[in-house]
Design a protein around this ligand. Structure first.
Ligand code: HEC
Length: 335
């Protein structure tokens, strides 16, 4: 999953300085959402918009199922977390879109909707960087049809903030949180991220009306809530994919442990954040294959805020033997 961290870094990193200079007429009347204003329709807009819908439909026909999408290199956003709306993202297409080239046959994400029957492909998402201006967005997808939007004013909670504080009904942090200013975020001890990711626009080719085909997205479907929680971990990427680079993480003295026993303990104490097998989690980085030594794992568990005072890794009280076993297990994991 290293590329996911890379992508997050790319998107979040570029996003840091909010690109107000880039002159995009937009509204920000809903907390955490900035949306482009609907432009007056110009000659040619309709043909361009229709061509995008046709392309989106073609792309969707190529990858009708999740398996098809995965075979073609689309990877689930937030692996390990079941969402009502799933984005499967193509790294190459995301990067292509970010650096300027728009190809309607190359959507950054395919969007699947979860139902009792499984995952159904319902739409696509195109993206652009925060550095583009109004005309560039319009040239990609006419502003008289599509509504480009981006997630803004994200407050990442301080160390140890429970997941519940990112989720309704009592969210304070994240994309549905009550905190939406740098000042309020600082007061709450959080880290303020003005723009998370870049510009996005959705197309729902199976819809029958223009409004529905170009709808922003289904706010009431819970997607935003889960995005809000998930971006906690995505916001903190770094060089080798770990928030705290290996070279900075000291090793504690720890006895040799039993990885098999450690696996069970890890599932109980760590997997809720780091994911099964530490491959990726909703709230914490993947550890598998990262090259951590047992001593480094132990150090992090004993002193979670020693290197990064704002680390969201909680203090977990463990007996030395249990910790040795968990550390041996994590260090043994391959990607
Ligand atoms: C409540 C969520 C949560 C739980 C539970 C949790 N962690 Fe973490 N862990 C994190 C977060 C978040 C980070 C990223 C640290 C940062 O951003 O500074 C992290 C970082 C780490 C790192 C350092 C990775 C790096 O950046 O170099 C290790 C090692 C680690 N955790 C091991 C564990 C182990 C072992 C357990 C179980 C005993 C565990 N964690 C339980 C949230 C959690």
């Amino acid at each position: 999953m290293a590329w996911l961290a890379l992508l997050a870094l790319l998107l979040a990193g570029f996003a840091h300085a909010r690109a107000k200079a880039a002159n995009v007429p937009s509204v920000h009347d809903e907390a955490h959402m900035e949306m482009t204003l609907r432009a007056t329709e110009l000659p040619g807009d309709r043909a361009r918009a229709d061509a995008i819908v046709v392309a989106a439909r073609k792309v969707m026909a190529q990858y009708p199922t999740v398996e098809d999408a995965e075979r073609a290199g689309f990877v689930k956003f937030l692996p390990g977390v079941k969402l009502p709306i799933e984005h499967y993202t193509n790294r190459a297409y995301a990067i292509e879109a970010w650096f300027g080239h728009f190809d309607p046959m190359h959507p950054t994400s395919l969007i699947f909707k979860r139902s009792a029957a499984g995952l159904e492909l319902v739409g696509v998402m195109y993206t652009a960087s925060n550095n583009v201006d109004r005309d560039d967005l319009d040239a990609r997808v006419p502003l008289s049809y599509g509504t480009w939007h981006r997630h803004v004013d994200f407050c990442k909670g301080p160390a140890g903030t429970p997941r519940s504080e990112y989720m309704p009904p009592a969210a304070r942090f994240g994309l549905v949180g009550s905190i939406d200013s740098a000042e309020a975020c600082a007061t709450a001890g959080g880290k303020f991220i003005p723009v998370v990711f870049g510009w996005m626009v959705h197309v729902w080719p199976n819809e029958t009306t223009r409004e529905k085909t170009w709808a922003v997205d289904a706010h009431d479907d819970g997607m935003m809530h889960d995005h809000g929680a998930g971006m906690v971990s995505l916001g903190s990427g770094s060089g080798n994919g770990l928030p705290i680079p290996l070279a900075k993480l000291p090793a504690a003295d720890i006895a040799a442990g039993d990885p098999a026993r450690g696996a069970t303990l890890f599932a109980q104490d760590c997997a809720s954040c780091h994911g099964n097998g530490a491959k990726n989690g909703p709230d914490a980085p993947a550890l598998a294959g990262a090259g951590l030594s047992p001593g480094q794992v132990a150090f992090m568990v004993r002193h979670p805020q020693a290197i990064d005072a704002a680390s969201a890794m909680p203090s977990i009280a463990l007996e030395d033997r249990d910790l040795a076993d968990i550390a041996a297990y994590v260090a043994s994991l391959k990607e």
